[in-house]
Design a binder for this molecule. Structure first.
Ligand code: NAP
Length: 274
């Protein structure tokens, strides 16, 4: 599709990150024609969209090639009524709403071609990973278009079955919180060992951020980078003996991910019944 007509519903954190990436493509002379529905625009984004010729909060509207839903899941049912004017027989729906299943989206909007995606918060700076699953009615071209539209958030991963979205949610969707918690508990441990709170926080924060950046930039596996810091009989090994012990990080993370996946299943079931 040369210049797909895209309607974005909700330009908050995620929708804003997406549309900023699309604007960059539009400025380079390619991309898409854009309509955005958002009751509470960030003024700078509104100006940028205006300058790029996007249509903002129109009263009417024609069927779009793609309608992207980036509103809170609990608002979807109400917003769907207002967004239906952008849905035609050929419209593809792309959703980044957590926990809203393909069947709920299909039923609510009367569409068959649905792509359900799960981004994560680093997507706000283009460093996220978004996993998506496509309904069986989607063609290869639909998936390619969805991938292009999701790219401003970072990496994009196709998941073969919607059932696996609960695990995805538990790993990459919720995962940034586990990493932030690591920075918090590392800082607390540093403070307990005698460091000033501010220094402890800076050391922990930059260690987590720097280790992540090193993993990205070198492309080396986490295992290989861990081994590079660990000399036999040294300080890191003493800590890893605790972290990799029977009650260490492995079993704790296994339980944490299982709990998050289970909660995602429960929320999905509740939402399907409403
Ligand atoms: N943020 C994340 O890291 C993340 C990760 C994974 C999935 N998601 C999913 O992404 C979706 C959006 O999350 P978010 O963090 O970007 O939320 P958000 O910042 O609250 O963005 C939602 C936007 O939709 C707007 N909105 C409300 N009613 C509307 C309407 N009738 N028509 C058009 N827009 C309307 C909201 O405006 P008001 O502020 O005025 O209500 C808000 O700007 C959610 O479904 C969430 O599950 C987010």
């Amino acid at each position: 599709m040369e210049q797909p007509a895209v309607a974005l519903v909700g330009a908050g954190q995620m929708g804003g990150a997406l549309v900023r990436g699309w604007l960059a493509a539009i400025r380079k002379g390619g991309g898409l024609t854009l309509t955005v529905l958002e009751p509470n625009f960030d003024p700078a984004l509104e100006r940028e969209l205006d300058a790029a010729g996007a249509v903002l909060n129109p009263m009417g509207g024609d069927a779009a090639d793609v309608v992207v839903f980036a509103v809170k899941p609990q608002a979807f049912a109400e917003i769907a009524a207002a967004a239906r004017r952008f849905i035609g027989p050929k419209t593809l729906v792309l959703s980044v709403m957590a926990g809203v299943t393909i069947s709920v989206i299909s039923r609510t909007l009367g569409v068959e071609r649905v792509i359900r995606a799960m981004p994560n918060t680093p997507g706000q700076i283009g460093q996220g990973i978004t996993a998506y699953v496509a309904s069986s009615a989607c063609a290869v071209a639909d998936r390619e278009l969805a991938e292009q539209l999701l790219e401003p958030l970072g990496y994009v991963e196709n998941i073969p079955s919607e059932r696996l979205m609960d695990v995805v949610t538990a790993v990459s969707g919720s995962g940034p919180a586990y990493v932030f918690l690591l920075a918090e508990v590392l800082a607390a441990a540093a403070e307990a060992e005698g460091l000033d709170r501010e220094i402890a926080s800076r050391l922990a924060r930059q260690t987590v951020a720097g280790a992540g950046a090193l993993m990205l930039q070198t492309g080396e596996s986490a295992t290989s980078l861990r081994k590079q810091v660990t000399s036999p009989g040294g300080t890191t090994e003493a800590a890893l003996d605790v972290l990799q012990g029977a009650e260490g990080l492995g079993p704790v993370m296994r339980r944490a991910v299982a709990a998050a996946a289970q909660r995602s299943r429960e929320l999905g079931r509740d939402a399907d019944q409403t």
